[in-house]
Ligand binder design. Structure first.
Ligand SMILES: *Cc1c(COP(=O)(O)O)cnc(C)c1O
Length: 371
């Protein structure tokens, strides 16, 4: 694998810094001889709920399962429609389909990259049951408008917080604002395990109970299956690692925001369009996504300079092979289509150095000028 001067994400520093804490977490689990349903998972659920000031956190195997189990627990299925953004990771739409319901794509807002309120309103039908709001890139901008629309139409609002750990609106953390919040702890997420893990948080006791049941083969208690369910569990080792890392989440969020400030300073007054932050809400920069003309050329130039970048996402979901049969037109999602050709995710992780950001910005400005 190519060694970049500025990698897109580098998890090694964090692992090195916390090595002794991870070692003792590993030892603790080995000594206990319990690898599922033990005290580490319980401790993490309790701590993650407390972190958000909500009564319930139920763990599961990954962020995609969190969405699917939540949809099932809400009773969403055949005949129902759920509105999802046209530009996000495919989990939101594929999990809606898994339940038998239909994902209805809505276009995104040009400034926030999140769901466009106007387009969401246009796509609401008699069958719409829920909206999945994704705090994409860690940015909760535009959430309040969608919240209002959901309330007006009596729709369930699901927050996909897989990129939104610690993002907040008027002091309220993402995941606590709608009916429930779904989290991924994929290694490179703002809070990541050393493998796969996920969770759902809510204030709704019934929903928490149902979610837990479905994640555990529909069991009310051992061997009492009240429905068919799934097997979706967070294991003790991942929970033990997450218990170590949760303590540092606030610090890492702050470091990401500091890094973002350096990017903002160095890239202002250029042709590069910078991420939009909303007054009163806190963007936690899971990704730092800019817009540039001649994106391919710019990305290539940066790669030559040893700077690794990425695109989130190269193709809006409605135009992927998975949804080809729907026969969408570019005019159905004009904003998502336009942005997908311009967006560029710059290197971002808590430990990124000021030198790395300076070097990235210098190279980026040069690339933009010459392209
Ligand atoms: C990562 C991610 C998911 C899925 O999480 P997994 O743990 O990988 O299943 C869902 N939605 C968004 C927006 C994501 O970024």
């Amino acid at each position: 694998m190519k060694e970049y001067k500025v990698p897109f994400v580098d998890l090694r520093k964090q692992i090195k810094d916390l090595k002794s804490e991870f070692d003792s977490a590993y030892e603790r689990v080995m000594q206990s001889g319990i690898f599922l349903w033990g005290s580490e998972v319980l401790a993490f659920e309790k701590a993650f709920a407390a972190h958000h000031g909500v009564p319930y956190c139920i763990s599961c195997a990954n962020g995609t399962d969190a969405l699917e189990l939540a949809l099932r627990a809400l009773g969403i299925g055949k005949g129902d429609e759920v509105i999802v953004p046209a530009n996000t990771w495919i989990s939101a739409s594929e999990t809606v389909s898994y339940t038998g319901a239909t994902p209805v794509f809505a276009d995104i807002d040009e400034n926030t990259f999140n769901l466009s309120a106007e387009d969401v309103e246009r796509r609401i039908s008699d069958r719409t049951r829920a909206i999945i709001f994704v705090h994409l890139f860690g940015n909760p901008a535009g959430f309040e408008k969608i919240h209002r629309i959901a309330a007006e139409h009596g729709l369930i609002l699901i927050e996909d917080c897989a990129q939104g750990h610690e993002a907040s609106v008027k002091g309220n953390l993402a995941g606590t604002l709608g009916h429930l919040g779904c989290f991924s702890f994929y290694p490179s997420k703002n809070l990541g395990a050393l493998g796969d893990a996920g969770a759902m948080i809510t204030r709704d006791a019934g929903l928490a109970e149902k979610f837990k049941q479905i994640a555990n083969h529909g069991q009310l208690r051992k061997n009492v299956h009240v429905s068919e369910g799934r097997n979706s569990r967070m294991d003790e080792l991942q929970a033990a690692f997450l218990n170590v890392k949760l303590k540092y989440l606030k610090k890492w969020t702050w470091q990401r925001q500091q890094a973002a400030q350096v990017y903002f300073q160095l890239l202002q007054n250029s042709d590069i369009i910078l991420p939009e932050t909303e007054e009163g809400s806190s963007h936690t920069f899971h990704l730092f996504v800019v817009r540039v003309k001649q994106r391919e050329k710019v990305q290539q130039y940066l790669d030559q300079k040893g700077i690794q970048t990425a695109i989130h996402y190269p193709l809006p979901l409605p135009f992927t092979e998975a949804y080809k049969s729907r026969g969408y037109n570019k005019t159905d999602f004009p904003v998502a289509c336009q942005l997908s050709g311009e967006i560029l995710s710059l290197p971002m992780f808590p430990e990124i150095t000021s030198e790395q950001i300076h070097y990235t910005c210098k190279s980026l400005l040069k690339a933009v000028k010459s392209s």
